[in-house]
Ligand binder design. Structure first.
Ligand code: HEC
Length: 101
């Protein structure tokens, strides 16, 4: 019986540390987009506040989108100094998803 309890505790500890690690690296592009982008582009990428383009209809590639998020363009602010490369990457993929690609 003791062995079983010991095993249980070890498993529990292992599963806890695993979820903590996942939390540290997990990026939630949807949440990031809501916070940083939706004010101009809308939750579905179909808003054009302040001259923003419809992300839903973008013809840009993932690399071009990542560059635009990082460097900004026209009245779109640059996010290169506020977001990590991984976050920008995840957002680029999310934009393509909004565009149905
Ligand atoms: C202050 C408003 C504003 C915010 C915030 C903003 N954008 Fe933009 N975005 C624009 C404007 C304006 C353009 C059009 C730029 C141009 O081509 O002149 C644009 C263009 C784009 C385009 C290119 C679309 C195309 O087909 O040319 C993408 C992709 C994009 N934004 C993604 C994002 C993402 C992702 C975020 C959040 C990290 C974001 N934007 C935040 C205003 C904004």
């Amino acid at each position: 019986m003791r062995k079983v309890i010991f095993l249980f505790i070890v498993l529990l500890a292992a599963s806890c540390s695993e979820t903590n690690e996942q939390k540290a690296v997990a990026i939630n592009p949807q949440e990031l987009y809501s916070k940083k982008c939706a004010s101009c582009h809308g939750e579905q990428g179909d808003l054009t506040m302040g001259g923003a383009k419809k992300i839903k209809e973008t013809q840009l590639t993932k690399e071009q989108i990542a560059l635009q998020i990082s460097e900004g363009k026209g009245s779109m602010p640059r996010f290169g100094d506020r977001l990590s490369k991984e976050e920008i990457d995840a957002l680029s993929v999310y934009c393509l998803k909004l565009a149905g690609k």
